[in-house]
Ligand binder design. Sequence first.
Ligand code: AGP
Length: 608
Amino acid sequence: MCGIVGYIGKNNAIPVVMQGLQRLEYRGYDSCGIAMMNSDKMILEKVTGKVEELQGLLARQKMSSSVAIGHTRWATHGPPTISNAHPHTSQDGKVALVHNGIIENYKVLRDGLISAGYEFSSETDTEVIAALVSQAYHGNLEQAVREALSYVVGAYGLAVIHTDEPEKIVCSRKGAPLIMAMGDGEFFVASDVAAILHYSKDVIYLDNEEIGILTPDGVKIYSGDDEPVDKKIHKITFNLEEIEKGGYEHFMLKEIFSQPQTIFDAMRGRLLPETGDAHLGGIDHMIGSILHADQRYFTACGTSWHAALIGEMMFEQFARIPCEVEYASEFRYREPLVDAKSIVFAISQSGETADTLAAIQEAKTRKATVLGICNVVGSSIARETEAGVYIHAGPEIGVASTKAFTSQVTVLSLLTLKLARLMGMSREDGLEISQAMQKLPENVEWVLKQADQIAEIAKLYSDASNFLYLGRGVNFPVALEGALKLKEISYIHAEGYPAAEMKHGPIALIDKSMPIVAIAPQDKTYDKIISNIEEVKARHGRVIALATEGDTRIKDIADHVLYVPAALSFTAPILNVIPLQLLAYYVAVERGCNVDQPRNLAKSVTVE
Ligand code: AGP
């Protein structure tokens, strides 16, 4: 969602902060700004729109500073205007502050300050914190920040500077991510490692309510109780190339094409094709608890929720153990039947999704064991869960999740295989499944070779206003994911449906302007799906069918056929989603959309 970058040190802070903001652009934003110290004067610049506009503005001013904090904003309170953009300053102009998250009690705090004579210049919740820091300031910024935060209810990751202590940045977090990093005579604060990776790989992850202080001499961290904390320094192992485009036009395309490798990475050392089994180091010690739990839940949002639906079907079909899926945003409001005998899996690419973190808290409050399936190492969800499995997909930059989805499903498949073998799946069946999984990277390569054909089909349908995606069984969540991808990046309305449900309502929408994507592999539902396609054709709908390699019958009915290799239902979702990712991508490109940073969306949604 929003991005924070701060710098203090021997070099000019402005290019460092601006480059950091640019690296965070992928997270989505609508305005940006920077505050810097110039001797003991505060200088503030903000724009609506792109970081490069702010960069141009600063370049014309030829300024230099050794201390600066910057921000990219994704509007929550108040529209994207210059006055609502961060940094926010106090009324006396001495405090500047950047903030991610949401202050839930801001209205009460704001009204209280207004009745005491304070004048606000924005509609944001953030400005309230700047005001509180200013009022609590008596010569020590960290103490003022601590006091201000004691009044605040909500989530925050923030960085603050004050003109009376021009060589200091104070930062803190609760429920929104924040890291500090160390270089040679220079120190950084950021909401995402990607922002500072060019300068430092030595990173400290701040924990909730900790306060970090950055000066030209180094960094100090204090706990919520004001005790000094000795934090571990983590060495970041991925490099900048991994978060660059590598010759592809968009990150999303690069990420789609990296899936043979990322699926392989998710399975590496975990799939045991010789014995038809799997092992998952991070949670092997919990397998007994998973098997014997009274309830099992998956909770997640968006694409990760679709992966969870596939996990649920696989758990039930292959391991024969029941399990429920719940949107993380609904989990805590539905009084879930979760207790000390429950296992809750939280699935998240970013590991920072606020709704998923809130669901984890709810499950923990009810004494459940919470396990994570996460991509970002060291993320909040990775740290908040008792144990877990990393999907090892590497940094995902495109806002529309692609490779993380297939890696999540890969990990869920491995977990299912492990559980199924313990629940009595035969060695022969285990061998068949594990060998099919081993062939996944090669089969995904095969599907990717159809990119040009998919691009041609996309040209024919890029002017559609609506799309319907149909799939049955494990391909229903795949249909949901295909529809989500299309609407996210091309702004075409799209819906996923279980194919047979079409005749219970959506069939009314079908006419010659309505493209239908039908996932129709040669499995036990094949004949039924063929009938559904016939029903569409009878109403002049246009059908793009996803079919098993060698299926000639479907060619006579569908307008276009995209082939995938024959697959077990265990591996089918991974293969079937790839053409849908490509279709969404090429339609969006054809429509001239900003594929990597779609409007209104953010890479990790750190507000509830
Ligand atoms: C995916 O394309 C979306 N951008 C979005 O639905 C995403 O999957 C959701 O916000 C959950 O994110 P997470 O996996 O990082 O928790």
